[in-house]
Design a protein around this ligand. Structure first.
Ligand SMILES: NC(=O)C1=CN([C@@H]2O[C@H](COP(=O)(O)OP(=O)(O)OC[C@H]3O[C@@H](n4cnc5c(N)ncnc54)[C@H](OP(=O)(O)O)[C@@H]3O)[C@@H](O)[C@H]2O)C=CC1
Ligand SMILES: CC(=O)[C@@H](O)[C@H](O)COP(=O)(O)O
Ligand SMILES: [Mn+2]
Length: 393
């Protein structure tokens, strides 16, 4: 058997760097086809050289000269822009990590499936915006999608050898985020630094703030429904401050199987990399006696309106996931830019879903990637308008 070929989309980010770490620890075992990044061209070039990649792509068309300069004399190809990203996904690779942040990750992952690859999916936005289309595309081309989000990897591992018909419930855990213990009245004044500090996981800024608002968990509820094909009434989220139990699967006989592990994404990434085998991974082993206490409690929906909105989206289906995600991305940009407060992010998303529904039938399914991208654009424009209106009042 030849060397396994891999590509990493979003290689310069938090998931991407953990993936690079695992690949770099196994010299001679992988042929690296493409690495992609965006603004961090220096990291992209350094990793492309370190891993001997064939191609490096920055999503930022304005950084092509910088990338070329950083790769001069190495023989590694350089490319830039959105089209180049999708073209990189056309380069066959046995295993592809999808770890671009946001809806920008959808098109390259979607294209990679055309080649029957194994797509390790960290980019949850792909499932939230276009779950049915993505899964259908994988079926059409004999491709495999493996979950990388820690909770979904945990559920996936809990389902090995099980019949999905015997699943009574799926419980995903939530840390509660950086503001979990704040008085609820103080949340409106939370800053980007406050919300951007996660109690347990080291992650990119956007998902860390989404953890604090629990938009991340809302996305994950939808991701669970789409990926595992279970009805919303079977999916629960519970706060677990230690982030040691990642998810639990409950069966019709009352058994509840939990997945435990240190909060280190190299576990879920490594599981997807070696699946269906298990290999030794450089993650710390948990010591239950030292941890001593694992707590669980129900989330307060007044504190976390994102969970309530996500549940409505799960029930609505159709285009509502794409609208929800796009509105959330614009609201998050607005919070990071200081234009709206922390609690106003959920207000924006709710307003966009309400404002757009007379123009767009939210329950109707999407028929193509273009359809998803059009819906995404419409929701982004509506969200921008809503933020402008909020700023005026
Ligand atoms: N971090 C984690 O532990 C987890 C992350 N996820 C999901 O994985 C994905 C990645 O998250 P994370 O690694 O934290 O994110 P980061 O922000 O750390 O990294 C994002 C990556 O995407 C690149 N990127 C940014 N914008 C664009 C764009 N418009 N087009 C193409 N590439 C772009 C970045 O490039 P550059 O940095 O060079 O600008 C970087 O490589 C997200 O969907 C997140 O929800 C899921 C579970 C856990
Ligand atoms: C590591 C991972 O999968 C993240 O999505 C994580 O779940 C975020 O932590 P929260 O539980 O705080 O959302
Ligand atoms: Mn997660």
């Amino acid at each position: 058997m030849g060397m396994r070929s891999v590509s990493i989309f979003g290689a310069t980010g938090s998931i991407g760097q953990n993936t690079v770490d695992l690949i770099a620890r196994a010299p001679g075992q992988y042929r690296v086809v493409a690495l992609t990044g965006s603004g961090n061209v220096a990291q992209l070039a350094a990793d492309a050289i370190r891993l001997g990649a064939e191609l490096a792509v920055t999503a930022d068309a304005g950084r092509l000269q910088d990338l070329r300069a950083a790769l001069a004399g190495t023989g590694i190809e350089a490319a830039a822009g959105e089209t180049a990203l999708v073209e990189a996904a056309d380069r066959p690779a046995d295993w592809i990590m999808s770890a671009i942040v946001g809806a920008a990750g959808l098109a390259p992952g979607f294209r990679a499936l055309r080649h029957g690859t194994t797509l390790a999916l960290a980019n949850k936005e792909s499932l939230v915006t276009a779950g049915p289309l993505l899964l259908q595309e994988a079926r059409n081309h004999g491709a495999t999608i493996l979950p990388v989000d820690s909770e979904h990897s945990a559920v996936f591992q809990g389902l090995v050898g099980e019949d999905i018909a015997a699943v009574e419930r799926i419980i995903i855990t939530a840390s509660g985020g950086g503001l979990r213990d704040w008085p609820i009245e103080a949340l409106a004044k939370a800053t980007v630094a406050d919300a951007g500090a996660h109690p347990n996981w080291a992650m990119g800024q956007r998902i860390t703030i989404d953890s604090a608002s629990m938009f991340n968990k809302g996305m994950e509820l939808i991701e669970t429904k789409e990926f595992f094909g279970v009805t919303p009434d079977k999916i629960e989220a519970v706060i677990h401050p230690q982030s040691i139990v990642h998810a639990l699967v409950g069966f019709v006989d009352g058994a509840l199987m939990a997945h435990l592990g240190a909060p280190d994404m190299r576990h879920a990434i490594g599981y997807a990399l070696h699946w269906p085998d298990r290999r030794d991974l450089p993650v710390s082993r948990i010591d239950l006696a030292q941890i001593a206490t694992l707590e669980f409690y129900a989330p307060d929906l007044t504190r976390y309106p994102a969970l309530r909105i996500a549940r409505e989206v799960m029930e609505t289906g159709g285009r509502s996931g794409a609208v929800f995600n796009a509105a959330k991305e614009v609201a998050l940009d607005g919070f990071i830019a200081g234009r709206i407060g922390f609690m106003q992010m959920s207000e924006v998303v709710e307003r966009v879903l309400d404002a757009i529904s007379p123009r767009l039938c939210l329950t109707s399914p999407m028929s193509s990637l273009e359809d998803v991208l059009d819906t995404d654009q419409m929701a982004r424009q509506t969200a921008t308008t809503q933020i402008e209106q909020m700023e005026m009042t």
